[in-house]
Design a protein around this ligand. Structure first.
Ligand code: NAD
Length: 365
């Protein structure tokens, strides 16, 4: 993989996708082991001006819809043809809202290079009959390639403005491959480190969006900082317990990396999940999340509400709901079964840790 120049394609061009392309493009210009050009697959849209988004990105070197005001680098080429965009790449960066990945993987099956390596920046999971499946596993299984993950305290617009932040890469086997991804993403303002815990890193990135919804409710109810800190602590504890129950290989230390506690903090202070949940609570739960997403996010997608639903399917299926009062309550509020005020009432019930056989250690830690 190192002897010939690597070619990178970014699959996705939303807010974070565009920032990822910018970061990567600054490094492919600098590092001789990569081709300069970074292809970015664009889900084609027609702008109010009547122009195609991909044409405007290529003319202005700027994603005017999802990352306005930021130059991506002249070596970022927008490509609306998915198969064409990935054809020659041996490094594939997946960064779309998770609900589109099933379709994207179906379209790409058998179409990517056999020696390709992938990395997923996607937060979310798929719940199937046979159990939950992480997005990186879905990519690996359907495209038959290895897939790392990159997660962290990364609100895209702040990184676009080159404000310092950190991120964590999770890898399964090859440290060498993880180090190539570190090289590709690392910049003086974006510090990346790698840990051998792909499930732990990915679950942190996924589950923190549920905690952010809870934090948004607290803001909408004007409960103050102590309450929010309590929600963040309980949320982090449930993230750890849930991750370790699903994958006993998950490492405690992962929760102290950027993808863990740091991402919980940043998403509960800023971010779109917190913002929409705050508005939901201010409207007393009477305005749906679908309406708020459409009104407040200009085409960007919410992740926390669908992740809360997916997590709750797992909890119900496995009989774990009572051990995860925060995750359960967030979902019940999102679907209108409980009022937003329930977010600070759930803690009156003591979680029944002992209900889950063999879980005592994970849940008490
Ligand atoms: N934005 C952030 O700050 C941030 C930070 C870290 C991680 N993430 C994660 O990155 C992932 C991508 O988020 P984002 O912020 O780049 O996207 P986004 O929410 O800003 O944009 C939505 C994207 O989905 C595309 N889209 C719409 N319909 C589609 C379809 N049918 N098929 C395929 N694509 C379609 C749109 O063109 C757009 O590119 C998510 O999993 C998100 O949780 C986001």
């Amino acid at each position: 993989m190192c002897s010939v120049k690597s070619k990178v394609t970014v699959v996705g061009s939303g807010n974070w996708g565009s920032v990822a392309a910018k970061l990567i493009a600054s490094n492919t210009l600098r590092l001789s082991s990569f081709h300069d050009e970074v292809r970015m697959w664009v889900f084609e849209e027609t702008l109010p001006t009547g122009e195609k988004l991909s044409n405007v990105i290529n003319r202005q070197n700027e994603n005017v819809k999802y990352l306005p005001g930021i130059k991506l680098g002249k070596n970022v080429i927008a490509d609306p043809d998915l198969e064409h965009a990935v054809k020659d790449a041996n490094m594939l960066v997946f960064v779309t809202p998770h609900q589109f990945m099933e379709d994207i993987c179906k379209r790409l099956a058998g179409k990517v290079r056999k020696d390709a390596e992938a990395i997923s920046l996607i937060k979310g999971m798929e719940v199937k009959k046979e159990g939950p499946q992480m997005i990186s596993t879905h990519i690996s299984d359907s495209l038959r390639i290895n897939c790392c993950v990159l997660m962290g305290a990364n609100i895209a617009n702040e990184i676009a403005a080159e404000k310092f932040s950190e991120a964590t890469i999770g890898y399964r086997k090859s440290k060498e491959v993880a180090e190539i991804w570190v090289q590709l993403f690392n910049t003086p303002y974006f510090m990346v480190s790698a840990v051998k815990d792909v499930e732990g890193v990915e679950l942190c990135g996924t589950l923190k969006n549920v905690v952010a919804i809870a934090a948004g409710f607290v803001d909408g109810l004007e409960m103050g900082n102590n309450t929010k800190a309590a929600i963040m602590r309980v949320g982090l504890r449930e993230m750890k317990a849930f991750s370790k129950l699903l994958f006993p290989s998950v490492q405690d230390n992962t929760f102290f990396e950027s993808c863990g506690v740091a991402d919980v903090i940043t998403t509960c202070l800023g971010g779109r999940n917190r913002k929409c949940a705050e508005a939901f609570a201010r409207h007393g739960g009477k305005k749906s999340f679908d309406t708020l997403e459409a009104e407040m996010l200009q085409g960007q997608k919410l992740q926390g509400v669908s992740t809360a639903k997916e997590v709750n399917e797992v909890l119900r299926h496995r009989g774990w709901s009572e051990s995860f009062p925060l995750f359960s309550t967030v979902h019940e509020i999102c679907i209108g079964r409980l009022p937003p005020t329930a977010i600070v009432e759930y803690s009156e019930r003591t979680p029944k840790f002992s209900l889950i056989k063999g879980s005592e250690q994970h849940l008490k830690n």
